[in-house]
Design a protein around this ligand. Structure first.
Ligand SMILES: [Zn+2]
Length: 80
């Protein structure tokens, strides 16, 4: 029983380490520095890792909806 548990946790650690190494080696995709939000009055500096043209506040609504109560379950309840 104990041996089995140990083997399992070791395997998890190995896979975690492999993932970390893979991530460190791969060069992150960047989208240019010093880009600002595409909103005309907004001057929020965008992260070079942000592939969007807008800052988080001006991002299209589809991103914000995911965090709210507009989920698949919510829609299903409304439909019935
Ligand atoms: Zn903005």
């Amino acid at each position: 029983m104990t041996d089995h548990a140990m083997t399992r946790s070791q395997r998890v650690q190995e896979s975690l380490r492999a993932t970390a190494v893979g991530r460190a080696r791969r060069r992150p995709k960047t989208f240019g520095e010093h880009r600002v939000c595409a909103d005309e009055v907004c001057r929020t500096l965008l992260s070079r890792y942000n592939c969007e043209a807008f800052c988080f506040q001006h991002a299209p609504a589809r991103f914000r909806r995911l965090r709210g109560e507009f989920t698949a379950g919510y829609s299903a309840r409304q439909a019935s």
